[in-house]
Design a protein around this ligand. Structure first.
Ligand code: G
Ligand code: G
Ligand code: MN
Ligand code: NA
Length: 253
């Protein structure tokens, strides 16, 4: 297909780039990390959102090349920010299920960390619950990633089939509450109950909990009131280019 062929050449043509979204401590506003979010600026198609090309990249196998590029660029960006005077504590990078099926994920991650000089502890890999539940060797790879010092976050938490027994076995540090629960927090009692339950679960298992998709002060206050002090969302900052993140956070924080 035409679009597939264009996607395959997107990296070499410099059409792929990253946006970074801040993750903050709600009570202090302190920057605790950023999430890398991939973008494709195609001359023919315009700005293509990841929901339109990630699954295509997964189907064609291009995701391995793309995922490697995203990780490399994310780690390099952390070093560049530092050289410019901004220490971003952590970078969160999304991994696709297909990247686990290849088997070489741990050596890829270690090689990129070694080459860029980024400490493994400053990298947090994000996987969804379905990645963990549906990938045969996921547990092995996740333990290997933990062994080299990288962190693990469960993305979109609450939307998949989270086996709580599985969660207990995993060397995971962070749960990200899916933004679908945060959206109607002030009007939907079920969403409120689910959010509170996830916060409590995180506390019991000694995990960090980050709320995603926080768009209003009311949502942030609800989270703080209920014991969740970490958030990501438009209220605190949209995904932006590296320079914009630097301009906003340098000196302050
Ligand atoms: O910005 P948003 O539209 O950025 O992202 C939409 C979806 O695309 C999210 O579910 C996000 O996890 C996914 N996504 C964004 N960047 C990456 C990436 O680098 N790799 C993978 N596998 N998924 C990504
Ligand atoms: O990896 P994940 O599925 O968590 O990707 C995050 C997605 O959520 C990206 O598409 C990002 O652009 C989007 N996003 C981040 N903050 C907000 C927000 O406050 N509101 C909405 N609607 N989307 C957000
Ligand atoms: Mn994510
Ligand atoms: Na999410």
């Amino acid at each position: 297909l035409r679009v597939e062929a264009m996607l395959r050449r997107s990296i070499e043509k410099n059409e792929i780039f990253l946006n970074f979204q801040p993750q903050v401590e709600i009570d202090t506003g302190r920057l605790i990390g950023v999430e890398a979010l991939v973008r494709w600026q195609s001359p023919e198609l315009g700005l293509v959102p990841p929901i339109r090309f990630i699954s295509m990249a997964e189907d064609t196998g291009f995701i391995n090349q793309l995922g490697k590029w995203v990780l490399h660029e994310s780690c390099r960006q952390m070093v560049r920010w530092e050289q410019a005077g901004l220490v971003v504590p952590k970078i969160a990078v999304n991994l696709s299920v297909k990247q686990f099926e290849r088997g070489s994920i741990v050596s890829m991650v270690s090689a990129i960390l070694a080459e860029t000089g980024l400490a493994a502890e400053r990298l947090q890999l994000e996987v969804t619950e379905s990645v963990i539940m549906n990938t045969g060797d996921a547990l092995v790879f996740i333990n290997d990633l933990h062994a080299i010092g990288a962190g693990l976050a469960i993305d979109d938490f609450g939307t998949g089939y989270s086996s709580l027994a599985y969660l207990k076995q995993l060397p995971v540090q962070t749960l990200k509450i899916d933004r679908s629960f945060i959206k109607d927090i002030s009007t939907d009692v079920n969403d409120e109950a689910i959010t509170i339950a996830i916060i409590q679960l995180g506390k019991s298992l000694n995990l960090s909990v980050i709320a995603e998709g926080v768009e209003t002060a009311e949502q942030a206050e609800f989270l703080l009131r209920n014991g969740c002090n970490l958030a990501q969302g438009y209220f605190f900052g949209k995904p932006v280019l590296p320079g914009e993140l630097l301009a906003r956070w340098i000196g302050g924080g």
